[in-house]
Design a protein. Structure first.
Length: 429
């Protein structure tokens, strides 16, 4: 009969996957868990068993600890769940999705805004545990720190997008970031545009500038193009025969990639814009010196683009140089729709196509500025209409419009150019 061999005495090694038994210098036995996540990053954890534990107890304990460890390390997108933190979902899924949907510059802005305001606060919460009240309290904390409503709205759009993405992935059952009253309502920004007098003064200053800057600013003023679009304009997108430029790209900057030629802001931003005669002639003179690469570049290599911020800095210096009111590239862009709508009554759809807006409400709400002079003119036109609409003779020293039940008196306010509309009832109207 064969003699049984006794198993050697020693530390218990369960020979489990991703579990390594180690004996330290002082004789202590530890178990190390190791695993790589979906991005290839290795994670590890060291476990210290209690001295009184039996081998069976160690085995069961290791099985339980390994499961917890596996749950904490994402091996695939299917491992994400309601207990995943907002930060983890943002990093592993949201950013990767957005890189396939929007421009890299937009993704960079998302990461920067999220990292600055969300990551160390709401981002640490489990995505499935966040409620609408949590979001409202989060935005209140941001407001107490001095952030404006428009900034908080920008943050809210990102947070809402993260929850919407998680809902699409069936990680959560409801997007708690959707609804009224969660984030402060953003007021329509009090944007500025140049008046006609400002435009004339600006153009006088441009006559004293170099042909490079004179052509660049004139083109921005006459086409309403974005700064990034003008900087990205290439000669293959300029048709001097037809007198048209084709907006197909924009220049964007990210710390990781530097200045890159990217797609335009939206599909509507891909557009053709007719050139004014002076701009066409100015571009033709530039074309005779160089007819390839970027139209506006400082480099001897025409394929090397200019830094878009250079336009803003130079414009600021120009205003100081000639002692004129401060002008920004976006003020130049707003000037075109403001003048064309308020003075020449150009239809908004035409302006939308020139400016490249995806939504006409943007053209009307953010890019048409009305000043006191225009408001006064509108009231005067209204006053003329209701004074003279149905009357040929006007012998009354006070202008009146009467109906069967009431009359409206239009009176000049003493010491002012304003007019006052007073409704006087004859009997209940």
């Amino acid at each position: 009969m064969a003699r049984k061999t006794k198993a050697p005495e020693g530390p218990y090694d369960p020979h489990m996957e991703n579990v390594i038994m180690k004996i330290l210098a002082d004789g202590t036995v530890v178990y190390r868990l190791r695993r790589k996540d979906v991005d290839g990053k290795e994670h590890s954890k060291v476990l210290h068993p209690k001295p009184e534990m039996t081998n069976d107890e160690i085995l069961q304990w290791l099985l339980a600890e390994r499961k917890k460890f596996y749950d904490s390390v994402s091996m695939s997108h299917g491992d994400l769940g309601p207990k995943t933190t907002l930060n983890d979902y943002f990093d592993t899924m949201f950013v990767r999705k957005k890189r396939m949907q929007v421009r890299e510059k937009t993704v960079f802005d998302y990461i920067a805004i999220y990292g600055r305001h969300v990551r160390d606060d709401l981002g640490r919460r489990q995505i499935g545990s966040v409620t609408k009240l949590d979001l409202m309290e989060f935005y209140k904390r941001l407001s107490d720190k001095g952030l404006g409503d428009s900034t908080i709205q920008s943050i809210h759009r990102i947070v809402r997008g993260v929850f919407s993405s998680a809902l699409d992935d069936e990680i959560i059952g409801k997007n708690v970031a959707v609804g009224r009253g969660i984030a402060p309502r953003m007021k329509v920004p009090d944007g500025k545009a140049m008046s006609e007098d400002d435009v004339l003064r600006f153009q006088e200053c441009l006559q004293m500038e170099t042909p490079f800057w004179r052509t660049l600013y004139s083109l921005m003023l006459h086409t309403g193009c974005r700064r990034s679009e003008i900087a990205a304009l290439r000669w293959e997108n300029v048709d001097l025969v037809e007198g048209t430029i084709y907006i197909r790209h924009s220049l964007v900057y990210t710390p990781k990639l530097g200045v890159i030629l990217d797609d335009t802001k939206s599909e509507m931003s891909n557009r053709s814009i007719p050139l004014m005669h002076d701009d066409r002639m100015a571009l033709y003179e530039m074309y005779e010196h160089c007819n390839r690469g970027f139209v506006f570049t400082f480099s001897e290599d025409p394929e090397k683009p200019m830094f878009p911020d250079t336009i803003s800095r130079h414009l600021s210096e120009l205003c100081k140089k000639y002692s004129i009111a401060h002008i920004t590239p976006h003020m130049i862009r707003r000037t075109l729709p403001t003048i064309l709508i308020t003075k020449y009554n150009v239809d908004p759809k035409t302006l939308q196509s020139i400016l490249g807006h995806s939504n006409i409400s943007t053209t009307l709400g953010y890019y048409t500025m009305v000043d006191d002079k225009q408001r006064r003119k509108a009231l005067e036109l209204y006053g003329d209409a209701i004074r003279n609409g149905d009357r040929k003779d006007d012998d009354d020293p006070e202008d009146r419009v009467e109906s069967a039940n009431c009359k409206i008196e239009i009176k000049q306010i003493t010491g002012s150019e304003d007019v006052s509309f007073i409704v006087v009832k004859k009997r209940p109207c």
